[in-house]
Design a protein around this ligand. Structure first.
Ligand code: PGA
Length: 251
């Protein structure tokens, strides 16, 4: 059984003082050891102060994006090495908002995964179908293709650092979460794809987390599915009480 991972993706929310306020509130609540690995994913501007504030706690830090290029003349981008030096362990790659708003292709996402791994980060690789793709019966093909292109050529050692996040696009920020059995069905598809691309042991040991309108009310039914190893939480991670309730849903 994989250790449950609960990650809070703050997206483009929270100034530095607001980030620290939320972190303080969460640290207060998470005083005693908890069963989940908790990861906070604030905006770039808050990472360094967040890392300073989280020193000595079990809470991990992640970034929302990274450049597919190394250091140098790449105005406006942030490299994996910079993220490591700011205190990050994790980085989101392939989030649907990056795919849609910034036209990130599967090929670019593959490059970002390679770069993140070579720079020492643990990628959280997001995959998911749109509402139209689901309605057209294409969900499994879309997911399998995103996995095949994204993970192309990664070694077993690299794969052990990857978490997959299944995030159906129609469920993100809509309040319309996937039903637990829908999530379970696609998590099984992902696991069996990993087994065929690598081997069953790797597939079993890879964390596959669900994201899309996770909240304190639906989290325990989603997390009780056998192939759901955690949650990637957006809106509900912006409030200490609701994020803490989701972390506690696995007890
Ligand atoms: P949501 O976002 O929980 O607000 O739906 C999830 C995500 O985008 O990671």
């Amino acid at each position: 059984m994989n250790k449950i991972l609960i990650a809070g993706n703050w997206k483009m929310n929270k100034t530095v003082p607001e980030s620290l306020e939320l972190i303080h509130a969460l640290k207060e609540k998470l005083r005693s050891p908890c069963a989940a690995e908790v990861v906070l994913i604030p905006p770039f501007t808050s990472l360094h102060s967040a890392a300073e504030d989280l020193r000595g706690s079990d809470i991990q830090l992640g970034a929302q994006n990274l450049s597919h290029l190394g250091s140098g003349a790449v105005t406006g981008e942030v490299s994996g090495t910079m993220l490591i030096s700011a205190g990050c362990k994790y980085v989101l790659v392939g989030h649907s908002e990056r795919r849609t708003l910034f036209h990130e292709s599967d090929a670019l996402i593959h490059q970002k995964l390679k770069t993140a791994l070579s720079e020492g980060l643990h990628p959280i690789f997001c995959v998911g179908e749109s509402g139209e793709e689901r309605d057209a019966g294409k969900t499994k093909d879309i997911i399998n293709n995103q996995l095949t292109v994204g993970l192309n050529g990664l070694t077993l050692m690299e794969m052990r650092k990857i978490t997959i996040a299944y995030e159906p696009v129609w469920a993100i920020g809509t309040g319309k979460n996937a039903k637990p059995e829908q999530a379970q069905e696609i998590h099984e598809v992902i696991r069996s794809r990993l087994a065929s691309l690598y081997d069953p042991e790797l597939a079993q040991g890879t964390r596959i987390i669900y994201g899309g309108s996770v909240n304190p009310e639906n989290s325990s039914s989603l997390l009780s599915q056998s192939d759901v190893d955690g949650a990637l939480v957006g809106g509900a991670s912006l409030d200490a009480d609701s994020f803490y309730a989701i972390i506690n849903a696995i007890k």
